[in-house]
Unconditional design. Structure first.
Length: 117
């Protein structure tokens, strides 16, 4: 069984990703390679939880990801992962659709599908 650290190593193998942070939906930082994890965790959690709330009010069924662009053109992408949110920093010159597809494939491999009744 893969560990959270193994997951972090796999995320960083995706070309164009320089940093990541995995935060539980209660704010606990589970894994990261960033300099200020608490500060970044707050942003990731705030955005992730509010996107979930907005989606519910708007009648949307699923948050695939959220992308925010910094002044230097780096991007912060936030992906929901069951009871976690994954935040990644993408290089300014990286191609976002390829990164998004790669991250979603990895997340789907890690998250077990919920049983339907």
């Amino acid at each position: 069984m893969a560990t959270i650290q193994d997951f972090g190593k796999r995320i960083l193998q995706i070309p164009g990703i320089t940093q990541y942070l995995l935060v539980r939906n209660d704010g606990k930082v589970m894994a990261h390679n960033v300099d200020a994890p608490e500060s970044m965790a707050s942003v990731i959690l705030f955005c992730g939880l509010n996107c979930d709330a907005i989606g519910s009010v708007a009648g949307l069924t699923y948050l695939k990801y959220l992308m925010l662009t910094r002044k230097n053109n780096e991007k912060l992408l936030i992906f929901p992962m069951d009871t976690y949110f994954l935040g990644i920093i993408q290089n300014a010159d990286a191609y976002s659709p390829e990164i998004v597809d790669s991250v979603i494939r990895l997340v789907q491999m890690v998250i077990k599908p919920k049983k339907t009744s």
